[in-house]
Design a protein around this ligand. Structure first.
Ligand code: GDP
Length: 527
């Protein structure tokens, strides 16, 4: 194996998908603990609240108990390098989440054992299914009363249309929670409460048929053996190929808070989840083991460090190796630039980076030239695909409180739109500025960031727009004709693309019928 093949094979890049409160923050901390990235669980939250206190919109995030920002964490585990990408939990940020999921190779699905499959989990699974992302599942909160585990698996299969293969099976729950039984290895991992904040080795009992196992289970023993027969008869076996194809998910049980079962999940990522996969570009497929560097930007985030007003472009490395000081071609603008100070996210902190390989995430300082979806290479002109904008469903007209600040407003909105915080539209018939969002909370975030970062105060007014469609046509004459006839509903978006703002659903379908040569796209890729 060449060095690059070794480095790529070592990497696992995944995100956690879950409904708010299922335990994503808690398991993230435990994973970092496992990777020795932190010494005591609990530190992630306190670090997070330090950061929050200093910025308005982050304070807002904290008040509402939601996580808006995406962060990236890298840590070593069992001779492997884990890249864990956090996704915003709130549904208003689904676009961001979608783009983050384009940068991973697998995902961890967290399910609250007391609640089962919840709406946000369903939505995120639908996103994962678009790329057949392999999913590993964790049923959490076994230290509490949970629903019948067989019922939970049925629910996963039915509601999420994916086969569920239990790898471990829980022995009791709540006060009776004794641990989990590893079905294939005939091995009990014994749960001992009170070790949630430490790294501990599981106590193992080999063989369900052993005296030790009988002693541990006591009165529960016969029922448990009976239940297992049912489970083994009715459930799917783990099948690596079906897992890789996103058609089957291995399921683990445990408690994130009690730090039990978390290592089983992490082991499963190392043993089963794919190493960095190839990515499609417009020109060709790019393999992570290719020697020349390439990567794409899936997210831009402002204010990670409130002391500097820096914006960080998050890039997934797709091939080759990043080294400090290397030159990269910014393909969209056709320029070669020297990257002196990319960031890594090793050990839950941002540090200066020496090198990065396929599957790793690096952060580039963005001074306004980088947009979501941009490709960087060692010189080749390839453009990665599959990082879309979605047509917004909510619209507001922006009104300035101080009319003299219109320049700052435009600049602020342009930058926030590049980041993907909102979408901005400039109508052709007047000087209005229209914002589009997927979730209503985005408008509040934009208003508070405009105030904080650009010193611009604005208000929103309702506007009669139902949806937006990006306009395309190979027939230049028809396009010109359409542009002159439909001026009243046309706008240019933040990226300079012609957009049709439809006042109603009926209007849109009538217009589509009337102009068959024109394409009305509900998503737009970033070039
Ligand atoms: P997130 O919204 O998905 O990030 O969820 P959090 O990690 O913040 O957890 C939500 C709540 O559930 C918090 O109060 C956690 O302490 C609690 N929690 C998380 N995991 C467990 C668990 O395994 N057992 C119990 N009893 N509570 C848990």
């Amino acid at each position: 194996m060449s060095n690059i093949e070794k480095e790529v094979a070592k990497r696992r890049t995944f995100a956690i998908i879950s409904h708010p409160d299922a335990g994503k923050t808690t398991i993230t901390e435990r994973l970092l603990l496992m990777g020795k990235a932190i010494e005591v669980a609990g530190t992630v939250k306190s670090r997070k609240s330090d950061r929050h206190a200093t910025s308005d919109w982050m304070a807002m995030e904290q008040q509402r108990g939601i996580s808006i920002t995406t962060s990236v964490m890298q840590f070593p585990y069992r001779d492997h390098m884990i890249n864990l990408l956090d996704t915003p939990g709130h549904e208003d940020f689904s676009e961001d989440t979608y783009r983050t999921l384009t940068a991973v190779d697998s995902a961890l699905m967290m399910i609250d054992g007391g609640k089962g499959v919840e709406p946000r989990t369903i939505a995120l699974m639908n996103v994962c299914r678009l790329r057949d992302t392999p999913i590993i599942s964790f049923v959490n909160k076994l230290d509490r009363d949970i629903r019948d585990p067989i019922e939970l698996l049925d629910e996963i299969e039915e509601v999420l249309s994916i086969k569920a293969a239990p790898i471990t099976w829980p022995i009791g729950c709540y006060r009776e929670f004794k641990g989990v039984y590893h079905l294939a290895n005939d091995r009990i991992h014994v749960y001992t409460p009170g070790h949630g904040h430490e790294r501990t080795e599981d106590k193992i009992i080999q063989g369900l048929d052993s005296d030790e196992a009988r002693a541990l289970l006591g009165d529960m023993y016969d029922n448990f053996v009976e239940e297992l027969e049912l489970v083994q008869g009715a459930c799917h076996d783990f099948d690596p190929e079906e897992f890789m194809a996103g058609k089957l998910t291995p399921v683990f049980f445990g408690t994130a808070l009690g730090n039990f079962g978390v290592s089983h999940v992490l082991d499963a990522f190392v043993d089963w989840a794919p190493a960095p996969l190839p990515r499609m570009s417009q020109e060709r497929e790019v393999k992570p083991t290719e020697e020349t560097f390439s990567g794409f930007v899936f997210k831009i985030q402002a204010n990670m460090d409130p002391r500097h007003r820096d914006r960080i472009a998050f890039m997934r490395v797709c091939s080759g190796k990043y080294e400090q000081g290397m030159k990269m071609r910014h393909v969209r603008i056709g320029k070669d630039i020297k990257i002196a100070d990319a960031l890594t996210f090793f050990s839950s902190d941002r540090e200066r980076l020496e090198e990065a390989w396929g599957g790793d995430i690096i952060g580039l300082h963005n001074h306004g030239t980088i947009q979501i979806g941009d490709t960087f290479t060692a010189g080749e002109n390839v453009s990665f695909t599959g990082i879309p904008h979605f047509a917004p469903e909510l619209f507001r007209r922006v009104r300035l409180k101080d009319p003299l600040k219109s320049k700052q407003l435009r600049q602020g909105l342009q930058e926030l739109a590049e980041e993907g915080a909102t979408q901005v539209f400039f109508p052709e018939r007047n000087n209005d500025i229209i914002l589009g969002a997927v979730g209503v909370l985005q408008f509040d975030v934009v208003a508070s960031r405009l105030k904080e970062e650009y010193k611009v105060e604005c208000m929103y007014e309702p506007i009669n727009v139902w949806s937006a469609r990006w306009i395309e046509s190979t027939d230049k004459k028809k396009l010109a004709e359409f542009s002159s006839k439909a001026t009243d509903n046309l706008a240019v978006d933040g990226g300079g693309h012609l957009t049709y703002l439809a006042p109603t659903r009926v209007n849109l379908s009538l217009t589509e019928e009337r102009w068959p040569e024109i394409r009305f796209n509900a998503t737009r890729e970033h070039h």
